[in-house]
Design a protein around this ligand. Structure first.
Ligand SMILES: NC(=O)c1ccc[n+]([C@@H]2O[C@H](COP(=O)([O-])OP(=O)(O)OC[C@H]3O[C@@H](n4cnc5c(N)ncnc54)[C@H](OP(=O)(O)O)[C@@H]3O)[C@@H](O)[C@H]2O)c1
Length: 256
């Protein structure tokens, strides 16, 4: 399924108030990312319900945590998430991590059944490595609709981008602002100065310049929400992109 995700969606981890969700939709966001483990699906649902934006124009994504991945638990947990979000169908449901109760042979067929039942629009995976992706491709009937993985100037994943390109699904870059630390990265700051903008905007422009990457920065103020949405319009030149590509720090924020 082609989700047609916009270059900038909203990461909601840590948002515990519906207001920034509704504000985000009001200023143009059309992709909301949450997860059962964030404990805020009901908050995201309240923000969605409070907004004037047509529900069908928004991609709502959530994730099954590693304790809910046994084949018998997938359906009940997904239905609970839909109820908490106040929606009939989860547009994109991810396996949060291939850990805990994850078993490709039972977890993935249970997700396929949810797609067949119309409870889930598309199946995504998150924090997979190439061998996990290959196994999932073998077992799933549904195509992998998206791979959500950590990606920012301090942590590059070229092998995952390559796999996504080869198999035609988007990479959803999480923590694209390195959790708010991109201002510590000299080449990012230099490029920001060239463009008269912020390191955060450059981090988003750098990620979205890569095929097939979209981003989900978390922001809770209207100023940040608007700035992040506008950042995808910034065009970096190839030398600027190469300077950030050359940052070799491999600082993963969310290791196992
Ligand atoms: N799949 C996974 O395992 C996984 C793991 C981690 C995260 N995620 C997803 O990715 C999303 C984003 O990741 P993240 O929350 O770790 O970090 P992030 O998006 O890299 O950074 C968020 C931080 O940057 C600040 N910020 C946002 N816009 C800014 C701007 N324009 N200028 C300056 N500061 C700005 C935010 O502050 P304010 O809130 O004050 O605006 C917040 O402190 C999460 O919300 C979640 O949806 C997924």
């Amino acid at each position: 399924m082609n989700l047609n995700l916009p270059p900038v969606g909203l990461g909601t981890m840590g948002i515990e108030d519906p207001e920034p969700i509704a504000t985000a939709l009001g200023v143009g966001y059309r992709h909301l990312d949450t997860a059962r483990i964030y404990g805020n699906e009901a908050v995201v649902g309240e923000g969605l319900a409070a907004s004037d934006v047509d529900r069908t124009d928004v991609t709502v994504a959530t994730k099954l945590w590693i304790d809910a991945l046994a084949g018998d638990d997938v359906e009940s947990t997904a239905r609970e998430s839909a109820d908490l979000l106040g929606i009939d169908r989860i547009d994109l449901l991810y396996v949060h991590r291939p850990r805990g109760a994850y078993d490709p042979e039972t977890t993935l067929p249970a997700l396929d059944r949810l797609v067949d039942a119309g409870v889930v629009g598309a199946v995504g995976v998150s924090n997979f490595e190439v061998d996990d992706l290959e196994r999932a491709r073998e077992v799933l009937d549904a195509p992998i609709a998206a791979h959500q993985t950590e990606l920012h100037p301090l942590y590059h994943r070229p092998e995952l981008l390559e796999h996504a390109r080869e198999h035609g699904y988007p990479i959803v870059a999480y923590s694209p602002l390195a959790g708010g630390r991109v201002g510590e990265v000299d080449p990012v700051c230099e490029v920001a100065e060239n463009h008269g903008t912020t390191p955060e905007a450059v981090a988003i422009a750098w990620a979205t310049a890569k095929e097939p990457v979209v981003t989900i920065p978390k922001a809770s103020t209207e100023r940040h929400l608007r700035a992040n949405l506008a950042a995808a319009e910034i065009e970096l030149d190839p030398e600027e992109i190469a300077a950030i590509d050359a940052v070799d720090r491999e600082e993963e924020l969310y290791p196992e």
